[in-house]
Design a protein around this ligand. Structure first.
Ligand code: TYM
Length: 338
């Protein structure tokens, strides 16, 4: 939907499933969240309802939702311009999830590759984990979203959201905007530092493979310096044959704004030592202020809660309008007031 002041609508979400976001979250998605605020009407959500699709500790989840919100503010999500909120504070997400679940084919849901990956790692797989992409579609469609900034691993879920929006509109008449994925090619998948054939991930990367935004600067330096490269000594981008070095070049280029071919020229004949030392400094310098700002937001609990309540109210105003439309279209009675 193009809003009254004609700005495109942007929505995205992140799970509060670890104590810190990582470099993949940051370069793959969160930097784009911040940049898109300039030109869009943005809604950004800490998706705690997604986080209970696998086993969890309630206290830890609650704390991580708060730390996640603080990190998003520290990264530059501006609560004056964008609605920043916690999913469970906006009940419309779960309500639209039910309607969309009844539009989703069982076979269609069974094709989601993230479910296959994630369920393989669980002792007990839940129906919630299976239908998770439907809740994700509800998240997006509630806001009449034009663009969804995410990393490559979310592309298939975005396709499902598009299919569900188009199908619903076809059956019941125009109700939802059909959203588009906004995935930056260069940083679509940041790789694990020790196993560069895998994506960096909070759940599957080992402690040295995943660089957390809240790591101590020295820990960050160590992780970059011990990143797996190859037996050559040439700083050159070749994703297939030099996955480790190529990943480091992507990170270097994204954080410095210098094109990869310029970096190759700069480090020609210098070997990996200099390259990694410079990158280690750049990473530590770029990310250290985020940890500091996160701590400041966490120190003022009342203010953080106030911002999140304000964000949830703004989100509900839009979400409830869309849900009312969908309820009417499928023949439901409207919810009664409390
Ligand atoms: P989540 O919480 O796993 O990840 C948050 C964002 O980080 C991106 N990302 C990466 N990008 C590049 N390289 C990586 N190694 C990397 N790892 C993670 C993800 O693509 C994502 O954009 N299902 C979503 C959360 C969600 C959502 C939504 C997203 C729920 N509802 C609605 C968008 C719209 C997820 O689990 O992301």
């Amino acid at each position: 939907m193009t809003t009254a002041d004609s700005k495109p609508r942007v929505f995205s979400g992140i799970q509060p499933t670890s104590d810190s976001f990582h470099l993949g979250n940051y370069l793959g998605a969160l930097r784009q969240w911040v940049a898109l605020q300039e030109t869009s009407d943005a809604f950004y959500c800490v998706v705690d309802q997604h986080a209970i699709t696998v086993s969890h500790d309630p206290k830890v989840l609650h704390q991580r939702s708060r730390t996640s919100a603080a990190q998003l503010l520290a990264l530059g999500v501006d609560p004056e311009r964008s609605a920043l909120f916690i999913q469970s504070q906006v009940p419309e997400h779960a309500l639209l999830n039910w309607i969309l679940g009844c539009e989703t084919g069982f076979g269609e849901a069974s094709r989601m590759t993230q479910f296959k990956d994630k369920s393989a790692k669980q002792e007990r797989t839940t129906v919630g984990l299976f239908t998770y992409p439907v809740l994700q579609a509800a998240d997006i469609l509630l806001y009449q979203t034009d663009r969804v900034p995410v990393g490559e691993d979310q592309r298939q879920h975005l396709e499902l959201s598009r299919d569900l929006a188009a199908r619903f509109n076809n059956t019941y008449g125009r109700t939802f905007t059909v959203p588009e994925a906004y995935i930056l090619k260069e940083t679509a998948t940041i790789k694990d530092l020790t196993e560069p054939e895998k994506k960096m991930s909070k759940s599957s990367s080992g402690p040295r493979g995943c660089l957390n935004l809240l790591d101590e600067p020295n820990q960050m330096r160590k992780k970059i310096k011990s990143a797996v490269t190859d037996s050559e000594a040439e700083v050159r981008y070749d994703a297939e044959n030099k996955a480790g070095v190529s990943n480091l070049l992507v990170v270097y280029s994204a954080l410095s704004g210098t094109a990869i071919d310029k970096l190759e020229d700069e480090y020609r004949g210098k070997g990996y030592g200099d390259f990694k030392s410079d990158l280690a400094e750049l990473v530590a310098e770029s990310l250290e202020p985020i940890a500091r700002a996160t701590r400041e937001y966490l120190d003022d609990k009342a203010e953080l809660d106030r911002l999140l309540t304000k964000g949830a109210e703004k989100a509900r105003a839009v979400a409830s309008r869309t849900l009312a439309k969908a309820y009417k279209k499928v023949g439901f009675y409207p919810p009664v007031a409390n």
